[in-house]
Design a protein around this ligand. Structure first.
Ligand SMILES: Nc1ncnc2c1ncn2[C@@H]1O[C@H](COP(=O)(O)OP(=O)(O)OP(=O)(O)O)[C@@H](O)[C@H]1O
Length: 724
């Protein structure tokens, strides 16, 4: 350690001792105050403030801060040393900020400043604040002990070289089985997204490992801090592809001190809203259909049911059907409860189409029916008392018949009817362009849907239409509205889903993140982000692109980029952080040696001290075979299957299509031959997903001929030697 570093270390050591003392003292004092359980409202409010302080200080105790920025604000006395941590802490006596919350405006400088003698600036509620940065320092404190002091900028020497070095040090660490917060190393391009204004739909295209999921979670924490008067955690929601992924990311928000944010899959949310009127068809068969091998795989193009039912055109078609229903649902004839009396159709139409126009469809029906009943009662009352009983009986029978011509649909019964060729809505609603071949598969699709609906089952792509109908029939109540909505793996969402969620989200407040290159569910997702941005209308959406990848070593990223570019022309390629590791190993073996090679590779990787290792197969069946193989050798592994809700970590066996979003210290991709991964876009995306799950080490195994997507030539990044 040179002299300068030593003195910096000592200075920080002293400062840390003082900070710990102050935090401990405050916490001790607060813990001594008995917890108030009474009913006095003022006392309750005070208790809630104390409880929140106890929690914050408790979190600050182990790691009070992670960064320091010496900033001299223009026009102010002296440079101030600002310490930045996960929670803000005030010095009790002076009220001075001892630690600044990472989300505070001034802390943004810590992330955006990348060196240079020029003035730096940050946005504050009072306007733009300018000044000079003298020092930017990263501090690693673990369990109250100062472990590292790294200056990433020093004005004296005007150096800003160590920024990446510190990041690379953090990235080089092994991962346990959960995603973690990144507050100490948020990058400037990520920070811009995190701190973007609330009332815009952010669409973030980011390469694999660019921190999209992590950034979205940090953004939630930021919004809760910055707009605490207007947004509530329980009114925010994260939609993720499956329950296991939600489990995998479940640590980040608590680490950031945020609780109570709703987390769901789109399916769960929709089924709940529909009161479980329908059930989802088991996903396994569908996944097998799309991710199986052989010639029966359907084309992932616009003819896929998910693309049709998820399109905006389908939503517009539904709206036309609803309009047809709305126009024609009130019976043509008037209501005649008994001979000589008629409630003219004109009157009922007026009640429905004019007076109650602003109510949702079924609410309107309810109100008009109640009105007819009131009218009837008044008419009965006008008659002689001894006639009334008989007339009432007759009238209710007539009313039943009258209302039978005005059916009370549920979202599902209405939707079901749209798929019947003879339905008036189906015929009246199908737009010309569709029947003229806009949706070539529509007839087959309708037939498939009819079969499924008979069993009261639906596919995922039916859920957005059903919720759309639900909203038209019953409206959207205030308690269903979100202050902010996050869509992770958004490339797998349909335009219909996004347009629908926009109705449930206040002020287009969205964070939509994904990667088109990982769009392996192209049978339901999108092929360009404009499919979403145009839904929000001019000025309501902003687009960001993240190109740097933080997860994997340079060698792995280089290798994965080749896979992608060989299958998908013109795709956005990841730029690695300068972190070098071992070359990717591409190992070809004769068929008879496959099992031995796999076992050898597994033993080598698990013996290398990695905490998480994944064997990524192509199909569910092949993964089951791998599980058996390891089991026979007494090697413990968790096989990941569709629909599971927990992520176990350690050694995993997983089909590539379920590995999306996850990451592992080391990855072994199996069966990367020409049959399993051909030079097509869907296969390239799948193999790209598999390869980009690896942080530090990637091995790719094949028997027979290698996949044409594999790079086997470049010795700088790839080794084809058999491991000794
Ligand atoms: N600024 C950063 N500092 C440290 N680590 C980072 C940073 N940004 C991202 N990472 C790490 O990179 C990895 C990838 O992050 P994340 O899973 O959020 O990326 P992603 O873009 O959602 O990936 P994918 O699309 O491949 O699922 C994680 O381990 C995360 O902690």
């Amino acid at each position: 350690m040179d002299e300068k570093t030593q003195s910096a270390y000592q200075e920080e050591q002293q400062r840390l001792e003082a900070a710990k003392k102050e935090i401990d003292r405050q916490l001790e004092r607060l813990r001594k105050v008995p917890v108030y359980h009474g009913t006095d409202l003022t006392e309750q409010a005070l208790e809630s403030v104390r409880e929140s302080s106890r929690r914050s200080l408790g979190r600050a105790q182990a790691e009070p801060y992670f960064g320091r920025l010496d900033f001299h604000e223009t026009g102010q006395g002296e440079p101030a040393a600002l310490y930045i941590g996960k929670v803000g802490v005030e010095e009790e006596k002076t009220g001075k900020l001892m630690v600044i919350d990472w989300r505070a405006p001034v802390a943004s400088l810590f992330y955006s400043f990348s060196g240079g003698r020029d003035a730096a600036a940050y946005e504050s509620p009072e306007g733009l604040i300018e000044g000079l940065v003298y020092l930017k320092r990263n501090l690693v404190i673990r369990e109250r002990i100062l472990q590292r002091v790294v200056d990433t900028y020093d004005r004296e020497t005007d150096t800003a070289s160590a920024g990446d070095e510190f990041l690379v040090y953090r990235l080089g660490e092994n991962k346990d089985n959960k995603l973690r917060d990144i507050v100490s190393t948020i990058q400037a391009e990520q920070d811009r997204i995190i701190r973007s204004a609330r009332n815009t739909a952010l669409i973030i295209q980011g390469v694999a490992g660019s921190g999209k999921t992590t950034v979205a979670l940090h953004r939630l924490a930021y919004l809760l801090y910055q707009y605490r008067e207007n947004v509530r955690a329980e009114r925010m929601i994260i939609f993720a592809p499956n329950a296991m992924f939600l489990d995998y990311i479940s640590q980040v928000l608590p680490e950031l001190g945020v609780g109570n944010i709703q987390q769901s899959t789109f399916g769960e949310w929709a089924l709940d809203l529909l009161g479980h009127e329908v059930q989802l068809e088991e996903p396994a068969g569908r996944l097998e259909q799309w991710f199986g091998l052989g010639p029966d795989r359907p084309a992932m193009d616009d003819r896929a049911p998910g693309r049709i039912k998820g399109s905006d055109a389908f939503r517009l078609w539904l709206d036309r059907c609803l309009a047809v229903y709305e126009q024609g649902c009130v019976p043509e004839a008037g209501f005649a409860p008994w001979e000589g009396l008629v409630l003219p159709a004109r009157k009922v139409h007026e009640w429905y189409h004019v007076e109650n126009k602003h109510y949702p469809l079924l609410k309107r029906r309810e109100r008009v029916v109640a009105r007819i009943k009131r009218w009837l009662e008044m008419e009965v009352d006008k008659r002689l008392p001894h006639e009334r009983k008989e007339l009432k009986k007759k009238a209710s029978q007539k009313l039943r018949t009258y209302l039978a011509g005005w059916p009370e649909y549920t979202p599902f019964t209405f939707y079901k009817e749209l798929f019947q060729q003879e339905s008036p809505f189906f015929l009246a609603g199908v737009p010309q362009d569709l029947s003229a071949g806009g949706w070539p598969g529509i007839a087959g699709l309708a037939e498939e849907s009819r079969k499924l609906f008979r069993r009261k089952k639906v596919q995922p792509e039916d859920l957005a239409p059903l919720v759309h109908l639900h909203a038209a029939f019953y409206g959207i109540t205030g308690d269903r509205l979100f202050d902010h909505t996050v869509l992770d793996e958004a490339q797998d969402f349909s335009p219909f889903q996004v347009a629908l969620l926009d109705r449930f989200t206040k002020n287009h407040s969205f964070t939509i993140l994904g990667d088109l290159s990982q769009g392996i569910h192209a049978y339901q997702g999108i092929s360009a982000w404009e499919e979403f941005s145009r839904l929000f209308g001019e000025g309501h959406a902003a687009y960001f692109q993240l190109e740097r990848s933080y997860r994997s070593t340079m060698e792995i990223i280089h290798f994965a980029n080749v896979v992608l570019s060989r299958g998908v022309a013109g795709s956005l390629l990841a730029v690695p952080v300068f972190r070098s590791g071992s070359p990717v190993r591409v190992i070809g073996t004769p068929k008879g040696d496959r099992e031995e090679t796999i076992l050898g590779a597994v033993r080598r990787l698990t013996g290398s001290g990695y905490q998480t290792v994944a064997l990524i197969g192509r199909t569910e069946k092949e993964c089951a075979g791998l599980e058996k193989l390891l089991d026979r050798e007494g090697i413990a592994a968790n096989r990941i299957v569709a629909g599971q809700s927990r992520y176990g970590g350690g050694m995993s066996i997983v089909p590539a299509y379920l590995a999306k979003g996850l990451e592992f210290d080391a990855v072994l991709v199996l069966d990367a031959d020409e049959t399993h991964y051909s030079a097509t876009a869907p296969d390239a995306k799948l193999l790209y997903v598999a390869c980009t799950r690896a942080l530090h080490e990637l091995w790719v195994l094949y028997t027979g001929n290698p996949s044409p997507l594999l790079e086997t030539e470049d010795p700088e990044f790839v080794s084809t030697e058999q491991p000794g």
